[in-house]
Each structure stands twice: as C-alpha cells, then as structure tokens.
Design a protein around this ligand. Structure first.
Ligand code: ZN
Ligand code: ZN
Length: 169
C-alpha cells in the first residue's frame, strides 16, 4: 500500500528538517533509505528496505542500511515494532498511532483516531516504570486476506491454514 505522494513529501520534508537540526549530514544515501522506509505503510523489515534501496543505490550494503536505521531510531525519526513473526519492522510514521495486525499474513497497518485521551495507566504501572506512551494493538484478519478467503472459499482457507501451521512445526 503506497503512501499518498503529498503525505510522503510531507514526511520527507520533516525528515530533512530533523536531520539538519540534529547536525547529522543529510546525504542522498540517508534520504533514499528513509524514503524506502516511508514509501509504504507496510512497516518493512530491514531486508525489504535493503532490497529496494539497492535498486537505486547498487553499492549500498546491508550493514549500512542497518546502521542508518539505528541512527534514524536514535534521532527519533523512525520507530520499530515487532511483527507476529518476531521480525523487527520499521515505522516511519512518527505521529502517535496504533496498529492493526493481521494474524494471517502478519501485516501491520496504521490506525489513528483512537480516542485514548484521558486514559489512565493501571495503578500498578508506576511500579514497573515511567509510562511514556501508549500503543494499542488490534488483531484480526486484514482486508486482503479476507478477500483472498472469499475467492478461495472456506475449504481453501482451511487447507491453506493447515499448510501454514505445518510449516511452523
Ligand atoms: Zn492479512
Ligand atoms: Zn505504524
């Protein structure tokens, strides 16, 4: 799911501003890596970012992409989340938002507009540490998976699911 061009250019501008403010050099390599992370709302993993960046910058190494992502994270330009498969995924959307996780394909989709203003942390929270942000994760079947199910019928879905379960064993 590609991000709308206006939204992507807004994110790229905010990124460039933040990089300059932090005193880090705004190189074309950094721009390309961030653009790749921000290009879709799919929360790509490092391999996906690397593979796509390499199409435009054939000499870039996986290590460089790793280090650049770490830098972005340290600067607060990107956050990470862990998918159901345990992989780290990158999130270039730094506006407060929540996620819808598809339990079938593992997609993480942004969800905003949830009203949690005034939500109070449980009384036991301070005992664990200082709460700095709240992230709510909704789980379900994404539209793409639901449509696939509708095409294949229920029987197909079941055998597909069994196949996937077997793969995990
Ligand atoms: Zn799905
Ligand atoms: Zn997100």
């Amino acid at each position: 799911m590609l991000r709308a061009p206006e939204e992507l250019s807004r994110m790229m501008e905010a990124f460039a501003k933040a990089i300059r403010r932090s005193g880090v050099k705004l190189t074309s390599q950094r721009i390309e890596i961030f653009r790749e992370a921000a290009r879709t709302g799919e929360h790509p993993c490092i391999e996906t970012v690397f593979k796509n960046v390499r199409r435009r910058l054939p000499t870039v190494s996986l290590d460089t992409v790793y280090r650049t992502m770490d830098l972005f994270r340290d600067l607060g330009l990107i956050s990470t989340l862990r998918g159901l498969d345990g992989r780290v995924r990158f999130d270039a959307n730094i506006q407060p938002h929540h996620h819808f996780i598809c339990t079938r394909c593992g997609s993480a989709l942004d969800l905003s507009g949830l009203k949690i203003d005034g939500l109070e942390a449980p009384k036991s929270a301070p005992g664990l540490g200082r709460v700095e942000s709240v992230h709510v994760e909704f789980r379900g079947i994404c539209r793409a998976c639901a449509q696939r199910d509708a095409h294949h019928g229920n029987a197909g879905t079941r055998s597909h699911r069994i196949k996937n379960d077997r793969k995990k064993e």
